[in-house]
Ligand binder design. Structure first.
Ligand SMILES: Cc1cc2nc3c(=O)[nH]c(=O)nc-3n(C[C@H](O)[C@H](O)[C@H](O)COP(=O)(O)O)c2cc1C
Length: 360
């Protein structure tokens, strides 16, 4: 029988019952103190038949925050909150990785400790507006991190990784996609540094690789994944030669024997795609990267199966379909119709549009 989404797969040290991944989905429903709740636990529990669940992005420090009510992974209260989630998923036999996040410049003084400026590789503002506690405001020009501050950034990720281990997760995913801090260091429209963290491919990839080394130090490579969005323009991202920087990163990641590399496919609606250069799809990374590949972005059952059958990816992550279909695996298996996600309840709110989507 040919391999498809419903086939088992080895991912790092785990064997998963299927190749259907719940993509990381920010839903802005953490409690005060950015602490996960029983409502969040129910949301993940409902989706625990996925081969792998990846949590919503979770900031590794107060400085890493960029949106209201996203969960953190730096305080003991947050660790306790996440334990509700991991216990609920494990009781249903699921596996769950936490996504480690620092937003960098995608923030605002209103969201930062002591009203400070957000930090970034260079003092370059993104276009557009940011959601604060008091409504939408224009992005500000961030403060460029001093060279002496970089070790503290790496320590933030190390602490987040340690806390995730304590909270009972099965692994962690380093969020280096969608224009957040690590992506800002990689790409040359956001990184104009002249020190060892800017300029050459090696220098721009340095922070990501140092963070990866720190996280692998805590978890072992076979329980660490990493997400890239090599063709995306979300959060005002651009690189003048993306094949060069993302190819270099993929090649260097081979040294860590990670559980997986997670790629956001080009041309995802709402996430954009730079059109002046060839798309970097999973096939591009297959030539360079030796390990397991998860692809995400705009897939359905049919195209997901094609991605696996053709050999371009090993697993497929589903975002919006998972918002609306807690029993996505069972629906796919039965070829059943799918619920439609309601955009109005994506970000923030309560159980409505979060834990009340019906199963079959
Ligand atoms: C509401 C929403 C929240 C998201 N939050 C995250 C996130 O926290 N981390 C991340 O890496 N991607 C995030 N994404 C991107 C998704 O993981 C996924 O790549 C994207 O939705 C495309 O996949 P889809 O077409 O299956 O929805 C988010 C997308 C949506 C729609």
């Amino acid at each position: 029988m040919s391999v498809n989404l419903l086939s088992t797969v080895k991912l790092g040290r785990y064997t998963l019952p299927n190749r259907i991944v719940m993509a990381p989905l920010t839903r802005n429903r953490a409690a005060a103190g950015n602490v996960p709740t029983t409502l969040n636990a129910l949301h993940y529990e409902q989706r625990s038949s996925a081969g792998l669940l990846i949590t919503e992005a979770s900031q590794v420090s107060p400085q890493g925050l960029g949106y209201p009510n996203t969960p953190g992974i730096y305080s003991s209260e947050q660790v306790e909150g996440w334990r509700l989630v991991t216990n609920a998923v494990h009781a249903k036999g699921g596996k769950i990785f936490l996504q480690l996040w620092h937003v960098g410049r995608i923030s605002h003084p209103d969201l930062q400790p002591h009203g400070e400026l957000p930090v970034a590789p260079s003092a370059i503002a993104p276009e557009g507006e940011v959601a604060t506690y008091t409504g939408m405001k224009p992005y500000v020009t961030p403060r460029a991190l001093e060279l002496e501050e970089i070790p503290q950034i790496i320590e933030q990720y190390r602490l987040g990784a340690k806390n995730a281990l304590e909270a009972g997760f099965d692994g962690v995913e380093i969020h280096s996609a969608n224009g957040y801090l690590l992506d800002q260091f990689l790409q040359d429209n956001t990184n104009h540094r002249t020190d060892i963290y800017g300029g050459s491919l090696e220098n721009r990839a340095r922070l990501l690789l140092e963070v990866t080394a720190a996280v692998v130090d805590v978890w072992g490579g076979d329980r660490v994944g990493l997400r890239l969005s090599p063709s995306g323009t979300f959060n005002s991202m651009y690189d003048s030669n993306r094949a060069a920087i993302f190819g270099y990163v993929a090649k260097e990641l081979n040294h860590f024997n990670l559980a997986y590399l997670h790629l956001v496919a080009p041309r995802v609606e709402g996430f954009g795609s730079a059109e002046d250069q060839p798309d970097l799809n999973a096939d591009f990374f297959r030539q360079i990267y030796n390990g397991t590949i998860i692809t995400a972005g705009g897939y359905n059952f049919e195209t997901g199966n094609e991605a696996i059958a053709s050999g371009s990816a090993d697993l497929v992550a589903f975002g919006r379909l998972y918002i609306a279909n807690p029993d996505l695996v069972e629906r796919f298996a039965a070829n059943a119709p799918l619920n439609k996600p309601d955009r109005n309840t994506f970000y923030g709110g309560d159980a409505k549009g979060y834990t009340d989507y019906p199963t079959m």
